[in-house]
Design a binder for this molecule. Structure first.
Ligand SMILES: Cc1cc2nc3c(=O)[nH]c(=O)nc-3n(C[C@H](O)[C@H](O)[C@H](O)COP(=O)(O)O)c2cc1C
Length: 196
């Protein structure tokens, strides 16, 4: 009874949520994606930066361009998921920082004037936002299939630019037949947590 979140929501977001590998053809709407983003945008990041960028691949032509860059084993599910999102990190996120951090606008120049510092921060914080996004997909009653098995340089060239680094590709939809691989074990609390 240590958690205050309703047990049904706990199951929806974590215990019973699974990574889907097949999908029904029920569409995923822009309204659903907007509701997901409008929820998960409140997840915390360093300096309240917002480096996550999302490319929704909706057209057949876009899907074809994406699938060719996916690893062989990821191609069938990427070709058939109702919606596929490319999640990327914006390495020039600092341009928006003064607006996102109005009480400390100097942070932009103090901490992020150098590109390596921006890439490092964008990688970490966009990955956090990607994780929030996956949980948001689950909160919408959908299943996510995140993947990093792809040719990153190919995806960057095809869909992004030098300032945007691909983080993962996420299939989104209602799970189809035989959607799950067997559930793999997780490390226990005692294996992970130490106290000093
Ligand atoms: C960042 C990331 C990258 C992943 N890349 C792949 C991938 O390329 N191909 C794949 O089939 N699964 C991929 N997965 C899926 C994981 O294997 C899966 O989420 C994990 O085993 C947990 O599965 P479960 O949710 O069914 O318990 C990826 C997951 C994450 C979060």
């Amino acid at each position: 009874m240590s958690l205050v979140l309703d047990p049904t929501a706990q199951d929806l977001l974590f215990r019973e949520a699974r990574t889907a590998n097949t999908f029904t053809d029920e569409p995923v709407t822009d309204e659903q994606v907007q509701a997901i983003y409008d929820l998960v945008k409140f997840g915390p990041t360093a300096f309240n930066q917002s480096p996550l960028r999302v490319v929704l691949v909706r057209s057949a032509e876009g899907r074809e361009r994406l699938v060719q860059h996916m690893a062989e084993g990821n191609r069938p599910k990427t070709a058939t998921a109702p919606l596929v999102a490319i999640l990327a990190a914006d390495n020039e996120f600092h341009e928006e920082l003064p607006a996102l951090l109005p009480h400390f606008p100097q942070a932009k120049d103090l901490f992020f004037s150098e590109r390596p510092a921006r890439e490092s921060a964008a990688g970490l914080n966009a990955a956090l936002q990607a994780a929030y996004f996956i949980i948001g997909v689950r909160a919408a009653g959908l299943a996510a299939g995140p993947m990093t098995g792809y040719d990153a340089a190919g995806i960057q060239k095809e869909f992004l630019d030098d300032d945007h680094t691909p983080l993962m590709v996420v299939n989104i939809g209602k799970p189809g037949e035989d959607a799950w691989f067997p559930r793999s074990p997780r490390l226990s609390f005692d294996e992970v947590v130490t106290t000093v």
